[in-house]
Design a binder for this molecule. Structure first.
Ligand code: FRU
Length: 536
């Protein structure tokens, strides 16, 4: 394939062909970022779930690698699929899988058994059971051996949840030095609970505690992650962040999947959310409003991203704590299988480095787009547009661009301006366009994709998405916007608010313009840089 097909992302990862969903086993080792992911080797919709694999030296240029874990019995007689999970480097060879002093890599994943069967380990699994298994690699992640002697190493959910064996999945594992043990966070999806286990050796696991349900509980909870982050850059003030995928039940105004987060503390066995990170486990509790920038909706969860196309995010193992970096699946279960791309389906988000910052007296997860921008963008010149009233044409800016916009908000509002922003991926007559902007009255950033191109494949796709964003202390608003051949991601402010959307515009939709509705927006700082393909 050429990586120049219509809609092919130029600086977001896609496999050459076929379906992908969740990133799995993100691990950094020996100067290489590995990314495994849910992959169907045989088609462009979900099925035959295997672990695909790609690697990168810079989180920007990726090389697709051979499939790491192929569905057992593929293609005609599948008896086990490899669902989501994580990878760790077992430095001290606690698992004993290592040989000759080289640390083994260990993957823990959910085995999905389409049929009841007795496994080589002698364990019996039921029809459609989900259980947790491990595999190891002795060649730095290239090839993997499943631990068939004992898999699944966690067969059933613990009492009193044994009946949840159909919805017990997505182990997220990490080493926790203070107790010198491995920790696994596993979802009881239908019950909106996370179970926390520990292990000395990655083979035997003991249940420590459970978390949830809290905040948003639409659909199922899946793909959990738990990790520490220093607060406001202070390594002596470490907080823990739990992120949880919901499907359906994403952010307000979206249909389908989304991710919420909780900030709290972890003591090696229990994750305790901060009181202002939850709004009570029962709906009668008026106790605390969520601390995140919550709009006036009932659903005041802390959303990691406010768009429809950001799901199943996972953080890298193997990076220093202050470089915590996540990648998510840039698609949505609502229409994931019908997006009009070929011969691949679904892309990954831009990798995002996370930090925790106190903003407006609240602790927020802040995201910074992390690629080797210098290698793929021209240095953008910052220009000042003295005043925008109505529209300000920018001509053809292209299909893959990095745009930064800063504008004063109070003054614009005083001028009667209701919305300011930029239209991207527009056709010459602007009948096709995607709007990214800011609403001064409601203090919300938005992406409107109602006429963004092909929206026909799903009735919920043609929509606008809003997210709260207060102006900075100097009353300006900054929007950092990443446009690719089939996506727009906006990072608002310091990155405390993001919106991620797919779009499917025509090939000639390369025009852009600024807009200011209702009155003028003055003193706009604008920079636009073309982003080069990472595939050439
Ligand atoms: C989330 C998910 C996971 C599961 C995987 C299967 O997108 O449903 O819970 O492990 O996809 O492909």
């Amino acid at each position: 394939v050429s990586y120049t097909e219509l809609y092919r992302p130029q600086y977001h990862y896609t496999p050459a062909r076929n379906w992908i969903n969740d990133p799995n086993g993100l691990v950094y080792a020996d100067g290489t970022y590995h990314m495994y992911y849910q992959y169907n080797p045989g088609g462009d919709t979900w099925g035959a779930m295997s672990w695909g694999h790609a690697s990168s030296k810079d989180l920007t240029h990726w090389k697709e690698q051979p499939v790491a874990l192929l569905a057992r019995g593929y293609p005609d007689n599948i008896t086990e699929m490899f669902f989501s999970g994580s990878v760790v480097i077992d430095q001290n060879n606690t698992s004993g899988f290592g040989n000759k002093g080289d640390a083994p890599w260990v993957a823990m994943y959910t085995s999905y058994y389409p049929l009841q069967q007795v496994l080589p380990s002698g364990k019996q699994v039921r029809d459609q059971q989900q259980a947790q298994s491990i595999a190891y690699s002795l060649d730095h992640g290239a090839t993997w051996t499943t631990y068939d002697e004992h898999n699944p190493i966690i067969l059933d959910p613990p009492a009193p949840y044994q009946d949840q064996y159909l919805d017990f999945r997505d182990p997220n594992i990490f080493w926790y030095q203070p107790i010198k043990k491995w920790v696994a966070v596993i979802s009881l999806a239908k019950l909106h609970k996370l179970l926390i286990y520990t292990s000395p050796n990655l083979r035997q696991w003991s249940l420590e505690s459970e978390f949830g349900p809290f905040n948003a509980v639409g659909g199922v909870w899946e793909c959990p992650n738990l990790f520490p982050l220093p607060l406001d850059g202070d390594e002596s003030k470490v907080k823990w962040v739990a992120i949880v995928g919901l499907n359906p039940g994403g952010p307000p105004g979206t249909v389908g999947s989304g991710i919420q987060y909780f900030v709290g503390d972890f003591n090696g066995s229990t994750f305790t959310p901060d009181l202002n990170s939850i709004h009570g486990g029962d709906k009668d509790s008026e106790r605390t409003r969520s601390f995140a920038n919550s709009p006036a909706t009932d659903d005041n969860a802390n959303w990691l991203d406010w768009g429809p196309d950001f799901y199943a995010a996972q953080a890298y193992n193997g990076l220093p704590q202050d470089q915590r970096t996540i990648i998510s699946w840039m698609n949505n279960w609502q229409y994931g299988a019908t997006i009009p791309t070929s011969p691949w389906r679904s892309a990954m988000s831009i990798p995002r480095q996370l930090s925790l910052k106190t903003i407006d007296q609240k602790i927020a997860v802040v995201q910074e787009p992390k690629e080797s921008w210098k290698a793929i963008t021209e240095a953008g010149n910052v220009s000042t547009v003295p005043s925008v009233t109505g529209v300000h044409r920018l001509g053809e800016i292209g299909k893959a661009v990095d745009i930064q916009l800063t504008f004063p908000s109070r003054e614009a509002a005083t001028n009667g301006s209701s919305e300011f922003g930029i239209i991207v991926r527009a056709s010459e007559d602007f009948s096709q366009q995607t709007r990214v902007g800011y609403d001064f009255a409601t203090q919300q950033v938005f992406i409107n994709r109602t006429i963004s191109g092909d929206v026909s494949f799903d009735s919920t796709f043609a929509s606008a998405y809003y997210a709260p964003l207060s102006p900075a202390t100097d009353n300006t608003v900054t929007l950092h916007i990443f446009v690719d051949w089939s996506s727009v991601e906006v990072f608002g402010g310091q990155g405390q608010t993001t919106i991620t959307t797919q779009i499917f515009p025509s090939d000639n939709a390369t025009y852009a313009q600024l807009f200011s509705t209702g009155g003028s927006t003055n003193n706009v700082q604008l920079s636009i840089s073309k982003v080069r393909s990472t595939w050439t």
